[in-house]
Design a protein around this ligand. Structure first.
Ligand code: URA
Length: 433
């Protein structure tokens, strides 16, 4: 095969065979195909799109391009959950202990964050001493013993995706639904999932800023997963305002602990229980979401979900006293209130701007080398639909940095306050199977 022929075939709108896609992925991973040809190919894919079969072939080839996690020694159906990312999204921290406490095994590989706040590993490191560098043996032993373990990404998972994603980032070819869907699904498949539950976000703080595009992405991912024999479903959820009330690593852990105790904010509680119910059904632990929901509410109410969090933190060497005393996770040196510049009802909170503000306070990284301030972040006292008085506190900034004026302004500007009362926004727009 010649790469020039494959590029021309796609450029002219023809359908590529599985073998041609596989040949490209192998050649690009091994550096046999140069970046200039891969760039032209990515642009052809961007304009011509891909059939469902082509996207599945790309996903499969990228998943097979490096190490694949073998979870066959973990008992039960391994269900992974993936969120396309949003501001204040700490659901992974909640879902792990929640589903593990009803017997669904959670063998989770997670990453560090680049952008508004940390990734799950950064958040978990808010527990003193918690270790996420686990050998494969230790990881599997912990999942079999406790039903939950979370490890940092190690080894050489999906090198083809790493290389292609980096190339897409600098060739204006990221925003292609089949390419995004293949990229995400290749990582889930290499991480060993039997079943996959996707939370595709739509709104001002998400990759997809509207529900229609989020739905198209969800449909593409669900089709890929199912065609590769992974039972896959997705929900489309609202990311037009941050999820819950806290943004920032230790603050999000505090909110996750409170949610596991049944004291979480309504949106975070509802989204977590919905996703956990889908995971429980996919794992065969409940006949339907309603039954799963009842089981999950029970383990929240009787304390077993938070107990599972404690066991998980201790089993990975962390100091779990913050699970009993979540206020230990709210210790930033500087606390600065942000007030409303007028009275009225909160109409919108621009999620991406709140994420950027949290990053400026130290909660996120701009480069991989940046060091995160785990204590930094933002507490949102007012969410969409709340009434506020002029000069009332709408948010509190937490940071180690004494100079907060610019961030205060940014957070104030992220709030739109108007005269008319509005109803609470829809949280879950749709379910795709
Ligand atoms: N996230 C991914 O992992 N891949 C994409 O292509 C886009 C977002």
């Amino acid at each position: 095969m010649r790469m020039v022929d494959i590029i021309a075939k796609k450029r002219d709108g023809h359908i590529l065979s599985k073998e041609e896609i596989q040949w490209f992925v192998e050649g690009y991973t091994n550096d046999d195909i140069p970046d200039y040809q891969a760039s032209a190919f990515a642009m052809a894919l961007y304009f011509q799109g891909m059939t469902q079969e082509e996207a599945a072939a790309l996903t499969f080839a990228m998943a097979a391009s490096g190490d694949q996690l073998d979870l066959s020694k973990v008992e039960g159906v391994k269900v992974d959950k993936h969120s396309t990312g949003g501001v204040g999204d700490k659901t992974t921290l909640i879902l792990g202990p929640l589903v593990a406490s009803i017997g669904v095994p959670v063998a989770k590989m997670s990453g560090r964050g680049l952008g508004h706040t940390g990734g799950t590993i950064d958040k978990l490191e808010s527990f003193q001493g918690l270790k996420t560098e686990l050998s494969q043996q230790e990881f599997i032993r912990l999942v079999n013993e406790n039903k939950i373990a979370v490890a940092g990404q190690s080894g050489n998972l999906t090198p083809a995706d790493k290389k292609l994603y980096a190339l897409r980032d600098v060739t204006a070819t990221v925003d292609s639904i089949p390419l995004i869907a293949s990229s995400v699904m290749s990582k889930k498949i290499a991480a060993g999932a039997d079943a996959i539950v996707l939370d595709v976000k739509a709104g001002s703080g998400a990759f997809m800023d509207n529900v229609q595009d989020a739905k198209k992405l969800a449909e593409a991912m669900v089709r890929i997963g199912n065609s590769l024999d992974r039972k896959t479903m997705a929900i489309i959820s609202n990311m037009d305002e941050p999820l819950g009330r806290y943004v920032g690593n230790a603050l999000e852990v505090k909110e996750a602990v409170e949610t596991l105790k049944g004291n979480g904010p309504k949106d975070l509680h509802e989204l977590s229980v919905t996703l956990a119910a889908h995971m429980a059904v996919s794992a065969g632990k409940a006949a339907n979401e309603k039954e799963a929901g009842r089981m999950l509410e029970k383990v929240i109410a009787d304390g077993s979900a938070v107990q599972k969090m404690k066991q998980f933190v201790q089993s990975q060497g962390g100091d779990a006293s913050a699970v009993d005393h979540p206020e230990m996770l709210q210790t930033a040196a500087v606390k600065q209130d942000v007030t409303a510049d007028k009275a009225g009802y909160v109409q919108a909170i621009h999620a991406a701007d709140i994420g950027k503000a949290a990053m400026m306070l130290g909660a996120g990284r701009t480069t991989k080398e940046d060091v995160i301030d785990h204590t930094a972040g933002i507490e949102l006292h007012k969410k969409v639909g709340s009434h506020v008085e002029k000069n009332e506190t709408i948010a509190t900034l937490y940071t180690s940095n004494k100079e907060t004026a610019a961030v205060e302004q940014m957070v104030q500007n992220a709030y739109t306050i108007g005269e008319n009362s509005i109803t609470a926004p829809t949280l879950i727009y749709d379910t795709i199977r």
